[in-house]
Design a protein around this ligand. Sequence first.
Ligand code: MN
Length: 718
Amino acid sequence: MRIWPLKKQAQLVEKVKSYDPQVNEALITKAYDYSEQAHSDQTRASGDPYFMHPLKVAEILTEMHLDTNTIITGLLHDTVEDTLSTIEEIEENFGKEIAQLVDGVTKLSRIELPTESIREAENFRKFLLAMSNDIRVLLVKLADRLHNMRTLHHITAPEKRRRIALETMEIYAPLAERIGMRKMKDELEDIAFREINPEAYSSINQRLTYLKKKGGNLSKSIAAKIKRLLKKNGIKAQVFGREKTPYSIWMKMERNHLGFEQLSDVIAFRVIIEKVEDCYVALGIIHKTWSMVPGTFDDYISTPKRNGYQSIHTAIIGPDSYRVEIQIRTEKMHEISERGVAAHWSYKQGASEKDGTQYKWLQELLEILELATTPEEFLEHTKLEMFQDQVFCFTPKGDLIPLPRGSTVVDFAYAVHTAVGDTCVGAKVNGRHVPLRHQLENGDRVEILRSKAQHPSPRWEGFVITGKARSAIKRYVRKQANAEFGELGKTILQRAFRQENLEFSEKAITQALPRLDVGKLEDVYIEVGKGVLADRAAMELIFPGMDFKHTRKKGGPKLWAEKPSDPDAAISIKGLTPGVAVHLADCCHPLPGDRIVGLLEKNKGVITHTIDCETLENLIGDEDSWVDLSWLSQGEKPGIFAGRVSLVVVNEAGVLGNIATVVAKHNANISNLKIVDRDPDFFTMLVDIEVRNVKQLTDIITAMRTLSVVSTATRIRG
Ligand code: MN
C-alpha cells in the first residue's frame, strides 16, 4: 500500500538533482519503495507511519547536498535494525557501497551508550568516530538523531526523553561541531536544552520574543543600514540578522557570569561578501563608521579555527547606539561554517570521485578532527595517527576503555585498575574465553577473569603495549625480584656460616654494615643473592681477621639434593619463583625431579642446570658461584615447565595428530614444534611440551615410543 502520493518520491529526487546532476533517480526511487514496503506495518511514537522517519532523514541529507548513495542510506538506515531486511538483501538490491553504509549506521545504532551521567562522553565520541569508517555513516547517524530530536516531544516517557536529550547534548552535538556542522549542532543543542532545562529555555525564549517585539524592525533596519553603507563604498554584500539560539545565550550567560541584559550580541549580523579581500575592506568601512567595542575583534580568516572555520568577528556600537556583533565572511566560508565536512565533501566531490573515495573520506574526517580539537584537548590526542591507532573496548558494565591498537587483555585489565591487572588470569571477550595475550578489537566487550593466586609475570612484558601495564609489571617484578634475591642471599650466607661452624647471626652482619658498605641488612642479602657480593668476601668482612678453615671442596661442592623430592609434588625452588631470581637454564631445561645445581650469575641470580648439563663442565673450577639447590614442594598450584623432545617419525599422513593425541592424553600441551629435517621417509622434529615434572615428560616419551609411526623419541637438552 502506498501511503504518500508519488509526489513525495519525485520531490526527493528533484532535491538531489538540484545540486547533483549525476543523481541515480531509478535507484533512489527503488530505495524509497523498498523502505516504505519494509516499514509498512510500523508506526512512530507520533502515530505517523514509520516510513516518515527515514524519508525525513533522507531530506535532511539532501539539505547537506550529499550524494545519491548517502541519500539512499538515509532511506534504508533503519531497515536492517527494525525490519526483516538483511544486509545481504540490501547489497543484492543496492550494491556493496550502500550495503556497507547501511551496515555502518546499523552498527552505530546498536552501540549502547551509558544511561546516567555521561562522564566518558569524549571517549564515546571518539568511539563513534572510530566505528564510522566512512564519514557518510556518521552524517546519516547525525541526520537520524536530528529527526529524532525534532520529534522528541512525541515520546511520552519523560526519563526516555531526558536520556535522549542528554545523549544528544553530550555526544551528538559535540560530534556535529567537531566535523564543523554548526547549523546541525545548534539545532541539536537547542532541542536538547529545551528538554533538559525547560525553565531556563522558556525564560530566555520569552525574553527573546519580547525583545524582538520591542525592537520591531530594528534588526532589519540595522541590516539595511550596513548594506547601504557597503554598497556606497562599492562592495556588494548580503547582510542577515542572525538570531541567537536560547542555548547559545544560556551558555554565554553561564560562561561570562552575565545577566541577560548585559549580553551585547543578542543582535548579531552576518555580512556575506564575494571576495576575501573585500572582507577586510568592508571591515575597515564598518570600523570607520561606527566605533568598535574593544576586545571583540577576531580575524579567523587569516588564522582559521581548528575545525576550518573562517570569518572576521567584531562588535560595534552601531546605528542608534546598539551594540551589535558582526561576522564578515565569503559565501564559501559561510557554507563551510554551516555544513562543515559535508560542504568540504561537495567541493571535493568531483576531484575524488574516481580514486578511492572511501579512504579519502576517512582521511578528510581525521584531518578535520585533528584540526578541530581545542587547545585543552590537543594534548590528550594530538596526532591523527594516535586516533587511528586506538581501539575502544567496553567493561561488562558498559564503561568505555580507550586503548592503543594492539592492546591485549592485560593492557585492558591494567587500564581498568592496577589491582585488576595484577590478578588477571584470562578474559572473556564478547563471551568467548581468550588468553591474556589476546589482542583487542574495536567494540569488544571484555570481562577480566581474576585469581587471588595470580601475580604479574615478567613474561607479560613481552606482549603488553601500554605504559601503565608495563610499568606496573616492572614495578611488581622488581619488588618481587628484590625479595627473592634477598631470600636467596640469606640462604647463601646461612650456608657460609654453617660451613664455618658458626651460628648464623644477623647481629654480626648488622654490625659489619659499614665494612660491607651497605645500608641495611636486607641489602646485604640482596647483594649476595644477586652475586654482586660473593659469600666468602662477605664472611671476611663480617668477621675481619678470622681464619676461615673451611675452603670449598675441589671439584665443586655437593650442590644437589641428597635425594630428589617427590617428583609428583608441585615444585618451587626453595620457595623462589622461576623467572625472577631463579632461572631454568635454556641449555638443559631442568624439570622437577631432575637433579639440579645452581650457578650464581652476577645481577641475574641463580641459573639452574641439570647435574649432567654439559655447560657445567667448563665451569667446574669456579666454585664460588655454585649454589646448593633442590626442588621443594610448595603445596601450591603446580608450575609448568617446558620439556624438549626430539622425535624421528615416519613421513605419513596423520603422524602429527597421533603425537598430539599422546600429549593430550597425558594432560600436557605442545607449546612449540619445529621440523628440523625432512626426507621422503622420515621427519626429525623438536617438540616442546609443557609438563609439570620429569615423570610426566618421561611418561609421554615412553608412550610416544610405543607408536608405530615413531622411530625414536628422546628428551634433549639444548
Ligand atoms: Mn532512525
